[in-house]
Design a protein. Structure first.
Length: 119
């Protein structure tokens, strides 16, 4: 039993070390892509699904099988599409949230590496 758990811990350590290195590769790649996007475009496109109160009629359908009941079709979801002009504030906020997310992920991976190295 001890050899199986030792094998499992070594596997977790190796996976965490690989994720640690890949995280830094991802950071460099993502910063390059974000910087390229901001430098080559005047606008950033944002798509966000939204739900709203439908004022249109609800379509009721009859079920083809006895296991289905009360089938209704409503049109109460859409996609909000925006083109946001790239200003200094927008770019700063994008970089700030990206860095905050990456600091969080890197800290979690680092703490997991430390934990599994001490076992």
């Amino acid at each position: 039993m001890k050899t199986k758990s030792h094998w499992l811990l070594n596997t977790i350590r190796v996976v965490l070390n690989v994720v640690w290195v890949l995280n830094f590769v991802f950071i460099a790649l993502a910063l390059t892509v974000v910087t390229f996007k901001f430098c080559t475009s005047d606008f950033s496109e944002i798509n966000n699904p939204v739900k709203y109160t439908s004022h249109t009629e609800v379509i009721k359908m009859t079920a083809l099988t006895p296991t289905a009941k009360d089938i209704t079709i409503t049109n109460d979801q859409g996609i909000l599409r925006m083109k946001l002009k790239n200003t200094f504030g927008t770019i700063t906020i994008a970089y700030f949230f990206f860095m905050a997310f990456e600091v969080l992920v890197t800290t979690i991976i680092y703490q997991l590496r430390k934990f599994f190295d001490t076992i």
